[in-house]
Design a protein around this ligand. Structure first.
Ligand SMILES: *Cc1c(COP(=O)(O)O)cnc(C)c1O
Length: 390
């Protein structure tokens, strides 16, 4: 049997249409977009077209899109670049406890370099506490960075409320929208976003390419020095094929996301209903409805999530514990802990993430294997199962 891939939050496959547009860029249209001759200009035209497609998906202008090597660089750059460009105004940054490590680790680094960072708590559903934002935002605050949708539990933040508060206080608002892109429409003008990180490989584009949106007029320092690429803000020869693929992936999302989104939500909800019906003592994590449609984070009482993941892997089913980045390191999910789960509960959690290519038949098979594996692990668990209502 073919493997069943339910880890689309970690990465997605490159779609055929994306690959088809990318292939000629390797050997035929291989030019350096910064070269002034015709081969270079041809490559530049491809990059321009991709920039328009990316901008179009988020309702930005093409001059507001800076290509990067992906979400991690985008987040690193936004935090570093906006902090540096505004350090004469203040040294305080606000973020949340449930951000991706590419935000949190850059915040730690900034703290070592004279910045003060407040990590806002979240409620049991993973929503940032707005009253805490209002409490901590001050004259010294220069930047607020809150993710659009969380990659472990899927909770979608109240972006408009947050951006309104920031702008009333004259503070910049950055959002990590890597997981949100493709799941729901993000209009940077409507949401009044100042800077936003996106990445190609979470939306069926290639790995190693993404973009940082920076609103016109906002000053940002470069992260990567050397070269006049990307209007002098990001050195390095452009990843032309990757950028072309990213552009195509954005165009496909633009055209298909409503239809695809409905199908993915149907599959995800069907999966959750089957799990709830067939397996006892489970908890669905994340906000009950303000949550991206592609993801189901489920805690199974008295089950070690990692052991469950390996049993499913033996049955050719690919899922993940917590986030892809922390699952290799035996670290307890900082997101689930911030949501008030005990370490035991956090470690009993598995993340299933879906895609339009998944089928109902696959889900039936997964639920069957999941039930078997959970029962097996519970019989050997040293923990005692106490009955509770789902
Ligand atoms: C995957 C992910 C990133 C990192 O993006 P890369 O392109 O893999 O570097 C950042 N933030 C979130 C929310 C993600 O899911």
């Amino acid at each position: 049997m073919q493997r069943i891939y339910l880890d689309n939050v970690a990465t997605t496959s490159v779609s055929n249409e994306v690959l088809t547009e990318m292939l000629p860029v390797f050997c035929e249209n291989f030019g350096n977009p910064n070269s002034l001759h015709s081969v270079g200009r041809d490559a530049q035209a491809l990059v321009d077209n991709a920039r328009d497609r990316v901008a179009n998906l988020i309702n930005a202008d093409r001059g507001e899109i800076f290509f990067t090597s992906g979400g991690t660089e985008g987040n690193n750059w936004a935090l570093y670049g906006l902090a540096m460009a505004n350090k004469s105004k203040g040294n305080h940054i606000i973020t949340s406890q449930i951000e991706h490590h590419s935000v949190l680790d850059m915040c730690k680094r900034l703290e070592k370099n004279g910045f003060e960072v407040t990590y806002l708590p979240v409620d049991k559903n993973g929503l940032v506490d707005i009253s805490m934002l209002l409490h901590y935002i001050s004259q010294k605050t220069i930047l607020v960075s809150i993710m659009a949708a969380n990659n472990e539990v899927g909770t979608i933040q109240n972006l408009k409320t947050i951006s309104k508060i920031c702008h009333e206080k004259n503070v910049l608002f950055h959002t990590d929208a890597v997981q949100a892109l493709g799941n729901f429409r993000i209009d940077v003008k409507d949401l009044e976003i100042d800077a936003m990180t996106i990445s190609a490989h979470k939306i069926h584009g290639p790995k190693g390419v993404g973009a940082l949106f920076v609103k016109k007029g906002i000053k940002i320092e470069g992260l990567i020095a050397g070269g006049e690429q990307e209007r002098g803000k990001r050195g390095g020869t452009l990843n032309t094929a990757g950028i072309v693929g990213f552009g195509k992936a954005c165009e496909i999302v633009m055209n298909n996301h409503i239809v695809d989104g409905k199908k993915i939500k149907y599959l995800r909800d069907y999966f959750i209903s089957q799990v709830a019906e067939q397996i006892e003592n489970v908890t669905i994590n994340g906000h009950p409805h303000q949550r991206i449609a592609s993801l189901a984070s489920i805690s199974f009482d008295c089950v070690d999530g990692e052991a469950l993941m390996y049993l499913l892997d033996l049955a050719e089913i690919c899922v993940s514990t917590g986030s892809a980045c922390s699952s290799g390191s035996h670290e307890i999910s900082h997101v689930l802990l911030a949501m008030g789960r005990t370490p035991e509960e956090a470690q009993s959690t598995v993340r299933f993430s879906f895609d339009v290519n998944n089928t109902k038949e696959e889900i039936d098979y997964v639920v069957k294997e999941l039930k078997k594996s959970v029962e097996k692990l519970r019989t050997i668990s040293p923990l005692k199962l106490t009955k509770k209502k789902v």
